[in-house]
Design a protein around this ligand. Structure first.
Ligand code: ADP
Ligand code: UDP
Length: 237
């Protein structure tokens, strides 16, 4: 597949057009950002690890009946995906309180959330990705009511599949962020699922194994991502 011009350069990935109008190539770079892009560092092997991690998870989700943009791995750091019209919102499900909800609501980190809770955020770094609700999404025309319902339904379906998958590897899926887009009229899962966009804790020790290691300067960031992958049976080399 031919990699043509760069369509968009995000904080962690670059998006390229291809010789097929319906397909894009995602290049997973080593850039690692936190705090809405205010801190950026290069972490060796990250692009390759997240690319292969994402491929594994997307294939599991696809097999469970969740439509995704993932087509195939192209190289260590590249994947072919379906070209989506992205909906500019982030869908977050939380099984356990951590991160921004702890700061916003003054709750204890580690509190189990029953039922799991759901939040929408607007994808806008300049505004610091503000939290929004279903009405905002419809009133400002970011998505229709049906698309909002579909995003919620699919985000919770992902929870059902991935909570068990991670638990089988001795990990708690604390929270995660998904992005959706529209492909020929259908809402499907886009972007990536990797330890960059979720929280994973060891079930016994509650050690943080995700991007919080970078945010909180805990060290061994990519070593942790690789360990998570190995626990799921992913081979990186
Ligand atoms: P950010 O834009 O948050 O800095 P990335 O560096 O991950 O994030 O950039 C990837 C960009 O590609 C994101 O804006 C994401 O919405 C977009 N994207 C992901 N998957 C697709 C897809 N299948 N079609 C079109 N755009 C996509
Ligand atoms: N998240 C993400 N991208 C964002 C914001 C959040 O991938 O721009 C993920 C984050 O890694 C976590 C979940 O979404 O798994 C919830 O994030 P939270 O709202 O707690 O924000 P944070 O404190 O991580 O900035």
């Amino acid at each position: 597949m031919q990699r043509n011009e760069e369509l968009y350069k995000g904080k962690a990935k670059s998006v390229y057009t291809t010789d097929d109008a319906d397909s894009l190539i995602l290049l997973f770079r080593n850039d690692t950002s936190a705090f809405d892009g205010k801190r950026i560092e290069q972490l060796d092997r990250k692009g390759m690890v997240n690319n292969k991690f994402n491929a594994f998870i997307m294939e599991k989700l696809q097999a469970a009946g969740i439509p995704t943009h993932f087509v195939r791995l192209l190289s260590d750091q590249e994947s072919v995906v379906k070209k989506l019209d992205m909906i500019p919102v982030e869908c977050v499900v939380r099984n356990i309180a951590a991160g921004s909800i702890v700061r916003r609501l003054g709750v204890q980190e580690g509190l189990e959330l029953t039922p799991p809770t759901f939040e929408f955020f607007l994808k806008n770094d300049e505004l610091g990705d503000p939290m929004i609700n279903d009405y905002h999404i419809q009133s400002f025309g970011w998505a229709t009511a049906d698309q909002v319902a579909k995003m919620k339904e699919l985000t919770f379906k992902v929870n059902a599949v991935l909570k068990d998958l991670f638990l089988a590897g001795g990990m708690l899926l604390v929270d995660y962020k998904l992005e959706f887009g529209v492909f020929h009229g259908e809402v499907i899962l886009g972007d990536e699922f990797s330890p960059d966009g979720c929280r994973l804790w060891d079930v016994e020790t509650r050690e943080k194994l995700d991007k919080d290691r970078f945010r909180q300067n805990l060290g061994n960031v990519i070593e942790s991502y690789e360990m998570v992958g190995h626990r799921l049976g992913i081979h990186f080399d």
